[in-house]
Design a protein around this ligand. Structure first.
Ligand code: PEP
Ligand code: MN
Length: 363
């Protein structure tokens, strides 16, 4: 049998778990898959009954569950429990609440970041995104400001109160990213990086896990399992589009996967229409599609001067377009009884999504 512990377990709770193990005459042997999975090895033969083990451990704080075999029923499975709600600052994802993360692709400059942060905050974003470490396809492209970028994020967090979402590329950068990030992003290119996932499974910080552009839904959930089995239960999935044979959009937002994930897993799922579209004129429509499929929120790239952006400028939208998308998302949430948390921004109650141009006058 195995004991699954919470990542947030403290030393007093751990001591209680150890005392319960001693009471049953079993040793706790940590497993490779993370410090929060322990095998119960019995000194005596026969060992304690399953019922005794469950009774001894499951009510203890810091214990998630007793398992016969690790992975027998994946931790992401919706059969395990009701929707997980992940709270990050003023944002809540899942369990009927949705929120919007917005900001530039990369942190480029402190003053500019502050301006973007204020623009998106006043229009309904509750978290600010921005990469200090950028995973670029070419080694000659802008790689991000690194530590300087993290400092800018920290300053803007202090100035605005917005929680920060920023990407970590390398296990060696986790501790510096954790000094700033309220939520750590694992990008599409790192979704299958099991070393990184194992490390992030042990940290006490929510993780935004983006789907790899060539990953199946099962592989995506397998990556989430790495985080969960390490003991980190605050995982938000992000569908950001997969590769298709067509070049019209940068990627293809898999709305079917969003709808499926809402059924298959208790974890919240958000949509990133920016990396799916790859072009600013389609971000609003694709963002609406993600919300209509049941996404628990959006992550959107916003820039004040997209033509001057150092990365992904072609897909960045401006503040007005962003406000329109937040309004759409609020209306779509309301349609199925969910709430979009928008901070001080009020989604206009009377608004309904504007009639698309091609339908005007045909009613
Ligand atoms: C990003 O969010 O800026 C990013 C690099 O996204 P992805 O990993 O989905 O390509
Ligand atoms: Mn980007």
């Amino acid at each position: 049998m195995f004991l699954h512990l919470q990542s947030t377990i403290d030393s007093a709770q751990r001591a209680e778990v150890e005392a319960a193990a001693r009471g049953l005459g079993v040793d706790l042997v940590p497993q490779d898959s993370g410090a929060h999975l322990m095998e119960l090895v019995s000194a005596g033969v026969p060992g304690p009954e399953r019922g005794q083990v469950v009774a001894a451990f499951t009510a203890l704080p810091g214990v998630v569950e007793v398992l016969d075999r690790p992975g027998e029923q994946p931790l992401w499975s919706a059969t395990r429990h009701e929707s997980t709600m992940v709270k990050v600052g003023d944002a809540v994802f899942g369990g009927g609440s949705a929120a919007v993360i917005a900001g530039p692709c990369a942190v480029e400059d402190g003053a500019e970041l502050l301006e973007i942060a204020r623009a998106v905050q006043s229009r309904g974003a509750t978290l600010l995104r921005g990469g200090a470490f950028k995973p670029r396809s070419s080694p000659y492209s802008f790689q991000g400001l690194g530590a300087r970028g993290l400092q800018h994020l920290k300053d803007v967090r202090e100035a605005t109160g917005l929680g920060i979402v920023t990407e970590v590329l390398d296990p060696r950068e986790i501790s510096s990213v954790l000094e700033v990030a309220d939520m750590v992003q694992v990008g599409a290119r790192n979704m299958a990086n099991s070393s990184l996932l194992k490390e992030l499974g042990t940290v006490d910080r929510p993780v935004l896990l983006k789907r790899g552009f060539g990953a199946t839904v099962d592989e995506f959930l397998g990556a989430a399992e790495y985080l969960l089995c390490g003991g980190n239960s605050r995982v938000v999935l992000c569908e950001r589009g997969i590769r298709s044979f067509d070049q019209v959009t940068r990627n293809l937002l898999d709305v079917g996967a969003i709808a499926h994930l809402r059924e298959a897993t208790h974890l919240p799922v958000i949509a990133d229409p920016s990396h799916a579209a790859g072009r600013s004129d389609l971000v609003r429509a694709i963002g609406r599609a993600g919300m209509a499929a049941g996404a628990d929120g959006l992550m959107v790239e916003v820039h004040l001067d997209p033509s001057a952006a150092l990365s992904d400028g072609q897909q960045a939208i401006g503040p007005d377009e962003f406000e329109a998308l937040v309004t759409d998302a609020g209306v779509l949430c309301e349609l199925d009884g969910r709430t979009l948390l928008t901070g001080s921004f009020q989604v206009p109650q009377s608004s309904s999504p504007k009639t698309p141009t091609h339908l005007r006058g045909t009613a």
